[in-house]
Design a protein around this ligand. Structure first.
Ligand SMILES: Cc1ncc(COP(=O)(O)O)c(C=O)c1O
Length: 389
């Protein structure tokens, strides 16, 4: 490869390129094997090269790749029905990514609001990088360089019903939050936060929008995280894991919101592409109740084992299902830990407040968990030894 890159410098990348993968394992171009505990940032939930998903995609590739939303797309109707039935929602809008899902939800809320336009979101939230989603995001570093951001997105403390309540004005139409803040370091709110927000929205005639781009499609051990709390939102945004790596996202809406959507108001050339939809149908077929309980129990096992390490460098270990954050003492940069894990053949992520982020595929085995724990223990021990010297 030449020294000059023709890519815009928008990512910090590891000097590693992957050539292929199988299940929970991924291999770089030098033949080194890694245990994938990141899943492409919560995307490849059924691992690499999953045979069932591949077969579904292969079949669709022999039929139609793309025809556009000017026509009926059979796969959209099928996947939308499965999602709506399982989520307790009415209709679906398909797009290609998480940020687009949130853009759609923002537009639907504003249309529904008939002049009311404020959507209250949470400090520390992450909703995406396009201008609407970026403005909804509660992090200054995401706005930096892009002012003016869109008006109408007050940001208030996460996990505080009172803060949300105090921010409601006669222009407010919705509240939008993540059930667990992923990019902010896997921040899990109190048990009654989502039900409290549902009640607040009902009392004030507001829409409750849940950004389940990261928590959704089984990641926490339920199809959507809100299903732990016996509530149903007015809109739920999803993407990431829905097509195991092919670009697909969407918004599920209830009938109240669906009624305000009319042809021409919003759309996408690629959104709800038949090939991505074939993968999504296979993913939803694999996401059985049994699989969801295994996501929850695998996550519990990891958390228990991490806590049992009793290592002073671990400040906290938290999460639900296979969305796990391990907060590292501020004396050690978490990026160093992620790098050393990579050296040892384990791919993990970082996020928020010096937190190691684990988003393993749902198909991990007890052996995979043990490999991670041993590698993590070794990395922490090595760092401690170096610090003492
Ligand atoms: C909660 C949440 N919303 C939105 C997004 C943006 O999704 P995408 O990168 O697919 O645009 C992300 C991505 O990390 C996310 O975690």
């Amino acid at each position: 490869m030449s020294d000059k890159s023709y890519l815009v410098n928008s990512y910090n990348r590891y000097p590693v390129s992957f050539s292929h993968g199988l299940g929970s394992k991924i291999f770089d171009t030098n033949g080194k094997e890694y245990l994938d505990f990141l899943s492409g940032i919560a995307v490849n939930s059924f691992g690499h090269s999953n045979a069932v998903i591949r077969e579904a995609v292969d079949k669709q590739l022999e039929k139609v790749w793309h025809a556009s939303n000017l026509f009926q797309i059979e796969g959209q109707e099928k996947v939308a029905k499965i999602l709506c039935d399982r989520a307790g929602m009415s209709k679906t809008f398909f797009c290609n990514s998480g940020t687009e899902a949130n853009e759609a939800a923002i537009k639907f809320a504003r249309k529904y609001g008939k002049g009311k336009y404020e959507i209250i979101t949470a400090a520390g939230s992450f909703h995406g990088r396009t201008m609407g989603a970026l403005s909804a995001t509660g992090q200054e570093k995401i706005w930096d360089g892009f002012f003016p951001v869109l008006e109408g997105f007050p940001h208030v403390a996460y996990d505080s019903i009172e803060a949300m309540q105090n921010a409601i004005t006669d222009k407010t139409i919705a509240i939008m939050v993540e059930p667990i803040q992923g990019e902010n370091g896997v921040v899990v709110p109190s048990e009654n936060y989502l039900s409290g927000l549902r009640q607040l929205c009902d009392e004030n005639n507001l829409l409750l929008i849940l950004d389940e781009v990261q928590t959704g499609i089984g990641r926490t051990g339920k199809l959507f995280a809100y299903q732990y709390y016996g509530i149903v939102p007015d809109m739920v945004c999803f993407a990431k894991g829905i097509a195991n790596g092919l670009p697909l996202g969407g918004v599920l809406v209830n009938s109240k919101v669906a009624d305000c959507v009319v042809p021409g108001m919003h759309g996408s050339t690629f959104g709800g592409n038949p090939v991505a939809l074939s993968a999504a149908e296979a993913v939803l077929g694999l996401l059985t109740d049994e699989m969801l309980s295994s996501v929850k129990s695998s996550g519990d096992k990891i958390l228990d084992k991490v806590k049992a390490l009793n290592n002073p460098l671990i400040k906290d270990a938290r999460g639900t299902g296979l969305m796990i954050g391990i907060e590292i003492d501020s004396s050690i940069e978490v990026k160093l830990i992620a790098q050393e894990l990579m050296n040892m053949g384990v791919v993990a992520g970082t996020s928020g407040n010096n937190t190691l982020r684990l988003l393993p595929p749902f198909i991990i085995t007890d052996e995979d968990i043990e490999i991670f724990i041993q590698a993590f223990k070794q990395v922490l021990d090595n760092i401690a030894k170096r610090e003492i010297k």
